[in-house]
Design a protein around this ligand. Structure first.
Ligand SMILES: Nc1ncnc2c1ncn2[C@@H]1O[C@H](COP(=O)(O)OP(=O)(O)OP(=O)(O)O)[C@@H](O)[C@H]1O
Ligand SMILES: [Mg+2]
Length: 266
């Protein structure tokens, strides 16, 4: 055995960092709580505004239209957008365990559901955000799901870190745009996921000019497949602004997402 290599026979259990043991324990607990969800897929880029929520919501509704049972977990705890994107404006009673809302057949959990005033900022430090996110996974009554789509916030700190450490994910769909700076930040996101041993399920270039150069850059750097090119489209932004899900409204946009889903799930 090489010098410095871990030898379990010599391991002194009392010397193992208790926070490491706590993470493993939480991971195991969450794994059993999420046992009824077949696939858990994160939609991620560290770059803000590239279309993570757009991709997550449209993927979820496309999967649902193909006959799957689907949920969306809005992991953007302090700036949640998923309920807005699907046109939900209500405030359900805060039941415990947490009950997802259901909009057009897709179950959704989001911090936005718990605040009557959607204009009020949610100003929480990291530990509060992390606690809420863990509650979403541990205490939501999802029932049986084929797919749980997780819409991540930008950045690479609390939410992505918590997810990567604790949740048994299938992997991530990375979202980028044609801009080099978006690709650079998306490559960082993919590298982070790889460090945690998580799969990169594919890259989507959103708001594309058709060149696919952002997606190619990310795909080559991370050795992951390009699974979709979604063109910049005024229809996508205007429908979203109206709280309508583009794939439910426009057959051409739906076709684009069906192609993405086919590549994602095969
Ligand atoms: N293909 C597209 N064509 C035109 N507009 C788009 C497209 N995709 C997304 N948008 C618009 O761009 C804006 C940002 O999209 P979105 O909120 O999905 O990005 P995000 O990555 O989730 O942002 P954040 O980092 O803040 O979470 C939204 O107004 C959305 O409607
Ligand atoms: Mg978002």
């Amino acid at each position: 055995m090489a010098d410095g290599e871990f030898n379990p026979e010599n391991a002194n259990i009392s010397k193992i960092d208790p926070s490491f043991i706590a993470v493993i324990k939480q991971r195991e607990e969450l794994k059993s709580k999420l046992a009824n969800i077949k696939h858990k897929i994160g939609v991620y880029s560290a770059k803000g505004g590239v279309g993570k929520t757009t991709t997550a919501v449209n993927l979820a509704y496309t999967l649902h239209s193909m006959g799957y049972k689907v949920g969306i977990l809005d992991a953007d705890i302090d700036t949640p957008n998923v309920t807005y994107f699907v046109g939900y404006r209500g405030v359900p009673p805060r039941d415990y365990p947490l009950k997802p809302i259901e909009v057009n057949g897709v179950k959704i959990i989001s911090t936005a559901m718990f605040f009557a005033d959607s204009g009020k900022p949610i100003i929480w430090r990291g530990p509060m955000l992390t606690k809420m996110l863990k509650e979403f996974f541990a205490d939501t009554t999802w029932g049986d799901l084929d797919y749980l789509i997780i819409d991540l916030p930008p950045g690479s700190s609390d939410a992505p870190l918590t997810l990567m450490q604790l949740i048994p994910l299938d992997g991530f769909v990375l979202v980028t745009t044609p801009q080099h700076i978006a690709a650079i930040n998306t490559i960082k996101s993919g590298s982070m996921a790889k460090k945690f041993g998580l799969a990169l399920l594919g890259v989507v270039e959103n708001m594309s000019d058709g060149s696919a150069k952002g997606a190619k850059e990310v795909s080559e750097a991370l050795e992951c497949e390009v699974i979709g090119i979604v063109k910049a489209s005024p229809k996508i932004s205007s429908l979203t602004d109206e709280g309508k899900v583009p794939v439910l409204e426009d057959p051409e946009i739906k076709e684009v997402f069906i192609d993405i889903v086919k590549k994602l799930i095969t």
